[in-house]
Design a protein around this ligand. Structure first.
Ligand code: AMP
Ligand code: MG
Length: 492
């Protein structure tokens, strides 16, 4: 049996300034750690064949499958506010695109597959820890219902990569509805290549916004579309306590998917100022700053699109500002609607926003666990006796009592039964998130003991985040003080 990838490549048919053709560098002794079988099926790939030695060699970059057209994509980007005119795939290679079972075009990319012309001083490789982190967190995001790139497979290479110490090397197979970023547009904008910007915009419209094809002011609508998807995405992040960690423009996807899980993490205790990245000293990418940064990144995209808007630059700028101006409202509507659902409100009334903000303020003041507070609140909505479980999340439990009284009065105005309210809340308030201390423990077991049982179990639990799964209740627990992970490191 040979592995058949039904490739239909479109990006590699764009002008050759868009990428560098480069094959993955073969590795010594690939071994499969994990194959995402349901995703393989979704992509039209045979999971049994992918698990054979030949399949694993492909997933490790040792063999290039028929029909692949391997390329490293060119892009630029603002990293922590600093513009870098050339970044590009320094350790990732796009094998090609397939049309999935729902008719959606998906990139299949190897990450950690060896050097490319964009590697600069990097080795083009990835260490096992970050590969497992990306696998776990991206698949958890998918299960939570949040747009994201996916993980098809993780393999170890049988080689070491040199970081602070020598670590086992690994390759992640990443699947995305595309890997086009704000930084891809910036790459051509800084080179004043308006033709390329137009080609790229047309490609993006055909691929991600086909309804705009051939319409008047399609490029304006494209910007508006990306603004809307990013605003919605960041609202969803906040609603589950997610901190991306490195919201650089090269890590901002045009399709509106979460991309590049480096030093990302889900918060335990609610703290709007929380950062995770060890290099984010200014708190630029702190939890509560994410909407502002998304808008900043979108403004960089708008700048790239100006030449497509109007020859009159002032007019073009005005139009761009109008479109960007929609962001705060789109974000805030999505965020507030999400919060209302989190606290079990079916309708919208004056005072709701303040009621919810008071809960968040009390949570922050009392170091209440973000995930558990909302999950237990759902339990309490179903059964008043469970209110003690919510109280227990607060350092000073009386801070919850005062709020709970107002909440009961407010929910009492709605006709839904306790059971209905609980079910609706449980459908949006996960019991299980990829807690950082769990992810760290999984990585330690894999890296130090070649033990992947903890990884398998964590992935399994996170696949059903909204189910109680009583046999795995411990996975819902926040870290003990000595288990707390305060910083995560960039995905290199
Ligand atoms: P990231 O922080 O993963 O978003 O990467 C930022 C840039 O650095 C991208 O252009 C990456 O391709 C590049 N990069 C990161 N790690 C490596 C590496 N080990 N080798 C080569 N390039 C890398
Ligand atoms: Mg990146």
């Amino acid at each position: 049996m040979t592995v058949h990838f039904p490739f239909q490549n479109s990006y590699s048919a764009l002008p050759d300034t868009f990428f560098a053709r480069v094959a993955p560098t073969p590795v010594a002794a690939p071994r499969l750690i994990k194959l995402n079988r349901p995703l393989a099926v979704q992509l039209g790939l045979d999971p049994d064949v992918l698990e054979t030695a030949e399949g694993v060699e492909i997933l490790a970059g040792k063999t290039v499958p028929a029909g692949a057209d391997p390329i490293a994509m060119a892009y630029a980007g603002h990293q922590f506010g600093q513009f870098v005119p050339q970044l590009g795939d320094g350790r990732a290679i796009l094998l090609g695109e397939v049309i999935d079972r729902d008719g959606v075009r998906r990139d299949i990319q190897l990450k950690g597959s060896g050097p490319t012309p964009f590697s600069r001083r990097g080795d083009g490789r990835a260490a096992l820890g970050p590969v497992l982190r990306e696998y776990i967190v991206s698949e958890a995001m998918f299960a939570l219902g949040i747009p994201t790139t996916r993980s098809l497979a993780a393999v170890v290479t049988g080689e070491h990569v040199l970081r602070e110490t020598a670590l086992p090397g690994a390759v992640l197979t990443r699947v995305a509805s595309s890997h086009i970023r704000v930084g891809t547009f910036q790459y051509f904008a800084v080179r004043r290549d308006t033709d390329a910007i137009r080609r790229l915009a047309d490609h993006v419209i055909a691929r991600h916004y086909p309804e705009l094809s051939g319409t008047e002011q399609a490029y304006h609508a494209l910007l508006a579309g990306v603004v809307a998807r990013q605003a919605d995405l960041v609202a969803r992040w906040l609603l589950v306590g997610f901190i991306h960690g490195v919201m650089n423009t090269d890590n901002t996807s045009i399709s509106g998917e979460t991309i590049d899980y480096g030093p990302c993490a889900f918060m335990d205790a609610y703290d709007p100022a929380q950062v995770f990245s060890s290099i984010d000293e200014m708190g630029r990418y702190a939890y509560a700053n994410q909407p502002r940064i998304a808008l900043w990144n979108l403004t960089r995209l708008a700048e790239c699109l100006l030449p497509l808007f109007s020859n009159d630059q002032e007019k073009a700028i005005e139009e761009a500002q109008d479109i960007l101006g929609a962001f705060p409202d789109i974000f805030s509507q999505a965020y507030q609607a999400g919060l209302r659902r989190k606290v079990g409100l079916f309708t919208e009334r004056d005072g709701d926003e303040a009621l919810i903000q008071d809960l968040l303020d009390a949570m922050a003041k009392n170091q209440a666990d973000f995930t558990l507070t909302f999950r237990r609140l759902g339990d309490a909505a179903g059964n008043e006796d469970r209110a003690s479980d919510v109280r227990a999340q607060f350092m000073d439990p009386s801070a919850f009592d005062e709020w709970a009284k107002r909440w009961r009065e407010r929910t009492g105005l709605e006709p839904q039964s306790a059971a209905e309210r609980q079910a609706d809340m449980h459908a949006v308030n996960p019991a299980f998130i990829p807690r950082n201390h769990r992810v760290e423990a999984v990585i330690q077991a894999a890296v130090n003991n070649d033990d992947y049982a903890p990884f398998e179990e964590l992935v399994k639990v996170l696949a059903k985040p909204y189910d109680d799964q009583p046999e795995y209740a411990a996975y819902a627990d926040p870290p003990l003080p000595d288990q707390r992970v305060l910083r995560t490191f960039c995905g290199t």
